[in-house]
Design a protein around this ligand. Structure first.
Ligand SMILES: *[C@@H]1O[C@H](CO)[C@@H](O)[C@H](O)[C@H]1NC(C)=O
Ligand SMILES: *[C@@H]1O[C@H](CO)[C@@H](O)[C@H](O)[C@H]1NC(C)=O
Ligand SMILES: *[C@@H]1O[C@H](CO)[C@@H](O)[C@H](O)[C@H]1NC(C)=O
Ligand SMILES: *[C@@H]1O[C@H](CO)[C@@H](O)[C@H](O)[C@H]1NC(C)=O
Ligand SMILES: *[C@@H]1O[C@H](CO)[C@@H](O)[C@H](O)[C@H]1NC(C)=O
Length: 432
């Protein structure tokens, strides 16, 4: 009896671990009602959905298609993103709590506040309990009205996420008329302390590729800081690269999609870059520790230090090291020692979710965005010999994608069985 209780407890503990990472999927929840299709689509386009899924203890104020029509298609995506980020409250309000606000009125922090661009009180929302059971919402900026009223509850997962419908957007002063984001990438890069990178983009002509990629729908840039080109020992010897290789290296520093910080934080996939093609994979993986994201090339890690600009569909991050693709830097001239799989002390505390399919994923296998193994047909270069600095087992390097595919497959097959076994055991223990 006692033993079975202990076992039951153990099973539940394992279940808790099982569900820790991805506990809700806003896209999935809202897709259950066609009333929110426009709102849901904009959450995905602006990648606010990733940001919402990476957080707990939040409230999302949703607009039905009617209420959304005052924003949809009428403003640039970057403006709509700001307006929608004002509707994500960093606190949990269920209908009960809404009607129990002390003093009847309160200010609450929104996702807009976390961007660091909200002036004064503009990143906060005023929630006020009105007479007659109504609850009003408005910008906390002085002189603002209560723009919207609560209409109904959509869903609650206590105390992780609450979804409430309101009848109009909340508009903070100035957000709809925000000046068009600067499209001068070199100017932005220079100001951010990435002059070397900026000048290489110009002299190689890769800047044009970047610019046309933004036009095509989205671009993410990982710009190494000027220090990253100098840092002792870690800086690459670019003089040995051919012109074509420099182009590949620079293309390796960008993705043909808009992937802001929240999306990088929950990323589990192998990411293709602009340099990805049939001849070389030139891909990346990520790991997350708290709010910190690290990129892994297979040769060495590079920390995402700063967001230089995040204006949908363009995001530029400053990274602390040049990203070295194994396709260009993997072949070390030194005699290849057997790669040591012991993690280095520096990265031991940040296990990469992309590298070890831990049982934290949902049981249902989602379609992965990994490049198909076909891309590997022109045989890839030898595996990197210096993985020790990345603290990853050699088989986890991007050059052995087949291997990780196999692992993933095994994971997808095994997980539901593992899950079922736990549930069965837990249920059995309860019955005893
Ligand atoms: C809420 O989120 C936590 C992780 O922060 C998770 O462990 C828990 O299972 C979630 N609760 C529900 C009901 O999904
Ligand atoms: C969330 O749900 C959507 C729609 O069902 C799905 O396409 C997407 O892959 C899911 N995201 C995650 C992180 O599971
Ligand atoms: C919220 O707005 C209402 C109406 O404009 C105002 O009376 C109230 O003081 C505001 N609440 C806070 C906490 O500022
Ligand atoms: C919200 O409700 C109040 C009180 O009934 C009403 O005066 C106000 O016009 C409503 N606002 C909106 C935006 O519906
Ligand atoms: C972009 O910014 C740089 C540096 O601030 C400046 O030299 C250049 O003329 C600008 N280019 C355009 C097209 O405005």
């Amino acid at each position: 009896m006692a033993a079975s209780r202990v076992f039951c407890l153990l099973a539940f503990t394992l279940l808790a671990v099982f569900f820790t990472v991805s506990c809700h999927n806003i896209t999935q929840i809202l897709s259950e009602s066609p009333d929110y299709s426009s709102f849901n689509s904009y959450l995905s386009q602006t990648k606010l959905s990733d940001e919402i899924n990476s957080r707990t203890t939040i409230t999302v104020l949703v607009l039905n298609n009617d209420a959304m029509s005052s924003l949809a298609g009428k403003h640039p995506l970057s403006v709509i993103k700001t307006a929608l980020s004002l509707l994500v409250l960093l606190d949990y309000y269920d209908p009960l709590k809404l009607h129990k606000i002390s003093q009847g009125t309160t200010l609450t922090t929104t996702l807009y506040q976390t961007t660091g661009r909200a002036a004064g009180n503009a990143g906060f929302v005023n929630v006020t309990d009105l007479k007659g059971g109504k609850v009003g919402f408005g910008s906390a900026a002085p002189g603002s009205n209560l723009d919207a009223n609560y209409t109904k509850s959509v869903k609650q997962i206590p105390y992780n996420i609450s979804i409430l419908e309101i009848n109009a957007p909340i508009i903070a002063p100035g957000i709809l008329t925000a000046p068009a984001p600067s499209n001068n990438m070199t100017g932005l890069l220079e100001k951010a302390g990435c002059k070397t990178f900026a000048s290489m983009l110009v002299s190689s002509g890769v800047l044009k590729t970047y610019e046309s990629t933004v036009q095509k729908g989205g671009l993410t840039v990982f710009a190494p800081s000027d220090e990253g080109f100098k840092s002792e020992g870690a800086a690459p010897d670019l003089t040995k690269l051919t012109q074509a290789e420099v182009v590949s290296l620079l293309e390796y520093h960008a993705l043909a999609e808009y992937k802001p910080k929240g999306s990088l934080k929950i990323n589990k996939d192998v990411i293709s870059t602009l340099a990805t093609n049939g001849a070389g994979k030139y891909d990346l993986t990520t790991s997350t520790s708290g709010d910190e994201v690290t990129l892994h090339t297979g040769v060495g890690p590079s920390r995402v230090a700063d967001t230089v600009v995040d204006e949908t569909p363009l995001v530029i991050f400053k990274v602390d090291k040049v990203l070295l693709p194994v396709e260009l830097f993997g072949k070390s001239p030194s005699p290849a020692p057997e790669p040591v799989s012991a993690p280095s002390p520096t990265s031991a505390s940040t296990p990469s979710p992309a590298k070890s399919p831990s049982p934290t994923k949902k049981p249902s296998p989602s379609p992965t965005k990994e490049p198909s193994p076909v891309a590997a047909s022109p045989s890839p270069p030898a595996p990197p010999v210096d993985e020790s600095s990345e603290g990853a087992a050699p088989s986890d390097s991007p050059t052995s994608l087949e291997n990780s595919h196999a692992k993933n497959a095994a994971f997808h097959v095994n997980t539901p069985a593992y899950f079922t076994a736990l549930v069965t055991l837990a249920a059995t223990s309860l019955l005893i």
